[in-house]
Design a protein around this ligand. Sequence first.
Ligand code: ZN
Length: 158
Amino acid sequence: MSLEAKHPIKLNALYQQVILDHYKKPRNRGRLPEPAFSQHLRNPTCGDDIEIQVELDAAGRVKAVTFQGRGCSISMASASMMTEALRGKTPAEAVATVERFKSMMRGEPGSYKDLGELQALTGVSKFPVRIKCATLAWSAFEEGLAEHQGGEGNGQGD
Ligand code: ZN
């Protein structure tokens, strides 16, 4: 059964390989014993359903990110790639990476070489209906982190 049957997309062959590899052999799939925070998001358009969990080390850096759930190959591969991309980063660095990734997925011009293998997902940006598939796990991380850091008020001033 083709997971892409509903929204066929054609991607560069090498990129396709990276995505399929993460889809078939997801990294960091599962649960963490004591996550600092977790977040569950759904993408009803496609049926993607992802929960991410994040562990922070004593210095506040991202020690581990895991995900679980189900969804299309793009959402699962992107979640798998995210768990590797954010590990070891400070919360600020992680948020910056999430924002970089989202800029790329929105098709904003510029070089995204710093995102490494995440560039495999650039082709998805040409298919608006699939962009949310690719950004779902990333939004979950961002929202979960914001809630985790909440409690200091939502300052609107600058
Ligand atoms: Zn999807």
